[in-house]
Design a protein around this ligand. Structure first.
Ligand SMILES: Cc1cc2nc3c(=O)[nH]c(=O)nc-3n(C[C@H](O)[C@H](O)[C@H](O)COP(=O)(O)O)c2cc1C
Ligand code: SF4
Length: 518
């Protein structure tokens, strides 16, 4: 009898004891003399069940979770004898939360060993690059455009158009840059895929290099992600050894190589031009556009800069064809979105699904409501610059246009849930304060406006000339929205205005109510 056990090495699982579980399992196997292979995988994304341990059986993998150190002995017994256990969740693929998903980008995450190129290849890895290498650059660009893929970093810009612009710009050298700064509150999909399936990011970037004629790429990872840095560096080294990176990749005439760069912890360094400044060794300050990075980006050369998830979607598109990807979704939002449920939510984690599911379905059914078991009052979608949605807007379909029509954005797909104890005037103040702290300082509406905004919201919260000061905040938001150089100052008004609009009662008495009281 031998066992094959899977324990995640994902930072989220490690934070709740996955490393200790793995070593306990090893000790138990040695003591009992049972031949056991422990494979360290990524996470499946069901974070409330981490550490989630799986064992290979004739019927597929069986999951157990959340596993504590004290469970290990009995768990090992149950795995050996295939007997019931209180932590047993059943066949992993049959767990409803996983089964309801459409995993195109995350299909291997939590399944393969992220340190093993062989495992990646055995699970359809590098099929996309293989097919790309049989096509012309124009053929690859047409495929990406036809897939309808839009940037998953926040702005939702069509990836095919961006790549075509770089491909058509003449230069002696071009670059591909992966934005792994992932600063949005409640988001972790970039981290998860870099830790759980790093080769898919490398493959996507390599295809971009082939399509636009770039020979060098950089992955800019935030310093708070040491596990992702380690996983990406290990995968880059393995890809180089196998000839998937370096000169004449896959026996073709194309060369492409990658390097990891670690950021120093500024939200604004996720903004693409600021990121390029930082990559070049300078302070992260936003550059005025034009020129676009596609024309004049890193070191003044044409540069494709995309989010981790945008690159990670590419291998599926090239391997399966644009149609297979575009088949999913709704309207101009094609394919799937890896949605991240966080905050005060019962079932927090990564849920990849086709665009079109409603916000209410995501929060109530998928997320299971709040962890505190109190009513959901608000959700913030799209990071710190995203709008707050009340229950009344829970029928909004998760797609770029539907959210924009309701003065919101889906951004990087993060949903942060709040219960009825939240004070929305405090959240509005927080948005202004966040902007003031993170502002790069280049333009006045953001640098000064955010500080004045926080001060004025303080006055409102203190009950000082409430209506007058609310009008002042609204006016200030208008200036920030239309006068800021980048979306940090330009989008901070979204959480502020949505909080005032949908939760006015948290900002003090309205004039009408005052009169009624008198
Ligand atoms: C303040 C600010 C922070 C941003 N942070 C990120 C980030 O952490 N990750 C990211 O991919 N995009 C971020 N963006 C968006 C990028 O500027 C850019 O649109 C994106 O990297 C392009 O890739 P995509 O087309 O694949 O989305 C940020 C934008 C702003 C204004
Ligand atoms: S909006 Fe803020 S972060 Fe953006 S350029 Fe202006 S000062 Fe810098």
């Amino acid at each position: 009898m031998s066992l094959r056990i899977f324990v995640p090495r994902d930072a989220g699982a490690v934070a709740v004891g996955a490393d200790e579980i793995a070593s306990r399992l090893e000790q138990t196997a040695a003591r009992r003399g049972v031949t056991t292979e422990i494979v360290r995988t990524g996470s499946r994304g069901l974070y409330w069940l981490e550490p989630m341990v799986e064992v290979a059986t004739a019927n597929g993998r069986v999951a157990f979770g959340p596993v504590g150190e004290r469970d290990v002995e009995s768990l090992f017994e149950a795995m050996l004898d295939n007997t019931p256990h209180p932590r047993r969740l059943g066949i992993t693929d049959e767990i409803p939360w996983l089964k309801k998903q459409t995993r195109l980008t995350f299909k291997r995450c939590g399944i393969i060993d992220p340190r093993s190129l062989e495992d990646y290849l055995a699970h359809d890895g590098y099929r996309g690059l293989e097919r790309a290498l049989t096509q012309s650059a124009d053929g690859i660009l047409a495929e990406v455009a036809a897939s309808g893929l839009r940037g998953r970093g926040g702005a939702g810009f069509p990836t095919g158009i961006k790549w075509k612009t770089v491909a058509q710009t003449r230069a002696d050298r071009k670059y591909v840059v992966c934005n792994a700064d992932e600063g949005d509150s409640g988001t972790f999909a970039d981290r998860m895929i870099m830790e759980g399936d790093p080769f898919v990011v490398i493959e996507g970037m390599t295809i971009a290099g082939v399509a636009v004629g770039a020979t060098k790429g950089y992955i800019y990872i935030r310093s708070e992600y040491p596990h992702a840095v380690e996983a990406m560096n290990a995968a880059i080294a393995a890809a180089r050894r196998s000839g998937h990176l370096g000169s004449r990749i896959g026996g073709s005439e194309h060369s492409f190589d990658l390097e990891v760069r670690v950021g120093a912890g500024a939200y604004v360094c996720g903004e693409e031009t600021s990121l390029l400044e930082s990559l070049e060794g300078r302070r992260g300050i936003v550059r005025a556009k034009p020129p676009l990075p596609a024309h004049k980006g890193l070191f003044g050369r044409p540069t494709v800069i995309n989010n981790v998830l945008s690159f990670a979607a590419i291998p599926f598109i090239l391997a399966g064809g644009a149609k297979a990807y575009a088949e999913f979704g709704t309207g101009r939002s094609r394919g799937t979105m890896p949605i991240q449920l966080a905050g005060n939510v019962r079932y927090g984690g990564l849920f990849e699904t086709a665009f079109g599911i409603t916000l209410g379905e995501l929060v109530d059914q998928v997320g299971g409501g709040t962890l505190s078991r109190r009513p959901v009052r608000a959700v913030q979608v799209g990071g710190p610059l995203g709008a707050y949605f009340p229950r009344a807007l829970f029928d909004t379909p998760f797609d770029y246009e539907a959210f924009a029509a309701r003065d919101g954005l889906i951004g990087h797909g993060g949903i942060v849930v709040f219960d009825d104890t939240v004070d929305m005037s405090r959240q509005a103040r927080f948005a202004m304060e966040f902007c003031a702290i993170e502002s790069c300082g280049k333009c006045t509406p953001c640098r000064i406006g955010s500080t004045r905004g926080a001060e004025t919201i303080d006055k409102i919260r203190a009950g000082e000339r409430v209506s007058e000061n609310i009008a002042l905040v609204e006016d200030l938001c208008n200036t920030m929205k239309f006068g800021s150089l980048c979306a940090l100052g330009g989008f901070t008004p979204y959480p502020v205005i949505s909080a005032i609009k949908h939760f006015r009662e948290d900002f003090g008495p309205t004039p009408g109510r005052l009169q009624a009281a008198e």
